[in-house]
Every structure is written in C-alpha cells, then in structure tokens.
Design a protein around this ligand. Structure first.
Ligand code: PLP
Length: 376
C-alpha cells in the first residue's frame, strides 16, 4: 500500500529528543524551543515567532489577539480546514465565507469587498496547497477598511508572494507542523507577527495569560496573571523533533518540489486531452511542493478514480467538505456569496501521495496507475 502521507524523521531526531532528557528540562521553552524560535525569526525575518502545540493553537491565539466582540465578522474561504473558522467561533465571532478562485482555489479577492459590513474585523486568507492568495489586493482592502489580516499559512512553509515569505505579510501568521505538512513534529504550530504590540501580548496569551516570559528575562520581578490566555506551548520534546526536521528543510523542499514537478509533467497530456486539470501557480507566487492535486470534470469520475487507485494499493484522498455545508458551519457561520466554485472543487479534487521518503519506484507506480485509469 502506498500511503498518502508518511511522517519524516531524521538521523538526529532521537539524539535530540534524548538530549532533552539529559537537559532535565522537558516542559516548554527549553533549549530546542529557543533554537526553533531563532530559526524562524531568521528565516522569516519576523519580530516574533512562537512555537505552539498546533496550527489550530496559532489560529486561536490570533483570534484572541484580534479582540473580537460577539457578533463581529471575519471573512474567510469555506474551502479550508475547520480550525480556520473554529478559532474565531470560540471568540464569539462569525466566520463569513467568500467563494474561491477557480485557478488557485484560494479566496477570491474580487469578492471580499462585497462581504464587508460594519461588523467586519478581519480577513483570513488561507494559502491553499502553499500557493499564495492575492495578498497585494487583500492588504489593500484591509488597509482601506481598517481590518486585520490573519494568514492561515498552515500549508505555506517556505512559500513566497512577490518575494515575501507567506505568514509574514499580514498582521499575524499561523503555521502548522502536523505530520501531513512539509515540516513536521507530529503535532505542532507556529504563531508569527511583525507587530510589536501583538508580539508582546502573544507571548502572554501563549503562557496562560501570565507575564512568565518577561519574568525569565528579568523584565519584571514577579510573574502573575495579566491577561486572557491558555496553554499553547508544546513540550521541548516536540521542539527537539521539529528542530531535527528543520535542519534538513532544504532537502525536504527540494525532494517535494521534484516529486510535484514529476507529477506535473507526467499528466500534461491528460490535461491537453481535457480529462483533468493540474494545479496553477501564478507568477507572483512560488510552489513549496506541499500538495499535488488533480481536478476532475465531475464527481462520478473522481469516485471511480479513487476506487481504481485503491484497488491498486494507492491511497489518494479528496479534501475539504466545504465549511458552509458542514453542520457546525451552518450553525455558527454565514455565507456572503454563491459557493459555486467551492462546491465544484470539493466534488472534483483528488490529492496524490506526497511525502519526503517517497521512492522513485512508488512514484513511477502512481504515475503509471493514474495514466492507466484512462488508457483502459
Ligand atoms: C493543517 C491545517 C490547519 C490546522 O493545523 P493543525 O496543526 O492540524 O492544528 C489549519 N488550517 C489549514 C489550512 C491546515 O491545512
């Protein structure tokens, strides 16, 4: 069986994890968390980078930092993971869904302005498959309407828009290190911001609403409960795993992008013949090799395709059920425009196996099987 995803470990993973036990500091903010923070501050060139226990946690921190009042609205796509919306629902806000673009499957920036009301407080662009949303237009809309921009960059490690790293363009950015993402620690996430005020408060929210970090830096003489918060920091064991993977991030990225390119080239004729459509990367965006998908013409063919791959021991899953049609989405969210593209994409998209350790033989088998589906 070729799985859709396989977790990555490196030669150093167990060494670093054992080193955490040698340090006798296994709770949060130990030696490896500091290394991870430094790595991201340098590589993302941002003021604050805080390791958290999940991408969901990073989004929850961003939602608390947005200072939302009950009934405030937050604009986002419906074609995303539930955490994008759930983080804001927990603060009593209402996610407002806008349809996606047919090319990148990202929020349609031309439909955002029509969804803005007097209650709108933020826009949450989700960089689907690691391909950037049209951030120029989105930042311009946000500026004119005085809205926060919170980037769901869960899939966007090492991806750029006009040369800027995703996650650092808006007011806040949220990354995930779940094992299905390019860089992983099983579970894990990162909150980033370039705004000084948000940076200071983020540190407090992550540490149960206390000024513990300031205390350890000697900036206050006792630590106490000063704000809302929760426990969002992971154990240093998680940071040690993550750091070992970060050390080989260049290799991981090179491999994933090469696998993506092999799929892309192999299926060119299928696209020319009108059977499928391949991903589109606009000129202002980069490809981080997070995901390779095929878009079918209809649900029926996709269902047959997934079954055919399964018969051949290849697991190729579809992706999101749109949030606007999920039970919790119907209860807690609103829809600003028709969801035609969202619905169509949800019915017709298939993801192919994509992971660091995929072998040439596995890749060949997948490509051959996909081509055979139409040759039969
Ligand atoms: C993975 C993902 C999340 C959630 O990240 P976790 O680390 O699993 O909590 C949120 N949004 C998007 C778009 C994701 O792909």
């Amino acid at each position: 069986m070729i799985n859709f995803n396989v977790a990555t470990y490196t030669d150093k993973t167990t060494e670093y994890i054992l080193d955490v036990f040698n340090e006798k500091h296994a709770s949060g903010d130990g030696k490896y968390t500091k290394k991870v923070h430094d790595w991201f501050k340098k590589n993302l060139d941002c003021k604050q980078a805080l390791l958290v226990h999940s991408g969901t946690a990073a989004l929850e921190m961003a939602a608390i930092l947005a200072n939302l009042q009950p009934g405030d609205e937050v604009i986002m796509p419906s074609y995303t993971f539930c955490s994008t919306a759930n983080a804001f629902v927990l603060q009593g806000a209402v996610p407002v869904f806008v349809d996606i673009r047919p090319d990148t499957l990202n929020i349609d920036e031309t439909k955002i302005e029509a969804a803005i009301t007097s209650k709108t407080k933020a826009i949450v662009p989700v960089h689907y498959a690691g391909v950037a949303c049209e951030m120029g237009t989105i930042m311009d809309i946000a500026k004119r309407h005085n809205l926060l921009v919170i980037e769901d960059a869960a899939q966007a490690f090492d991806s750029f828009y006009k040369g800027k790293p995703l996650g650092t363009i808006g007011d806040m950015g949220c990354f995930s290190f779940h094992e299905t993402k390019n860089i992983m620690s099983g579970e894990g996430g990162l909150f980033v911001t370039n705004n000084e005020k948000l940076a200071e408060r983020a540190e407090i929210i992550r540490e149960k609403g206390t000024n513990r970090s300031k205390f350890f830096r000697g900036q206050v003489d006792k630590y106490t409960w000063v704000d809302k918060g929760s426990s969002y920091l992971p154990s240093d064991v998680v940071a040690a795993y993550l750091y070992s993977v970060l050390e080989i991030s260049d290799k991981i990225q090179a491999k994933r992008i090469s696998v993506w390119q092999k799929y892309y080239n192999a299926f060119e004729t299928l696209e020319t013949q009108g059977y499928i459509r391949r991903p589109v990367i606009p000129e202002s965006c980069t490809n981080n090799g997070h995901m390779f998908y095929l878009l079918f013409n209809d649900l029926e063919t996709r269902t047959k395709f997934i079954a055919y791959l399964k018969e051949n021991n290849i697991y190729a899953p579809f992706h999101y059920i749109p949030l606007h049609s999920a039970p919790a989405g119907e209860t807690y969210c609103k829809t600003a425009s028709a969801m035609n593209i969202t619905n169509k994409i949800s019915d017709t998209l298939v993801r192919l196996p994509m992971f660091y350790d995929i072998t040439d033989e596995q890749l060949e088998k997948i490509i051959k099987t996909v081509l055979n589906f139409w040759r039969r």
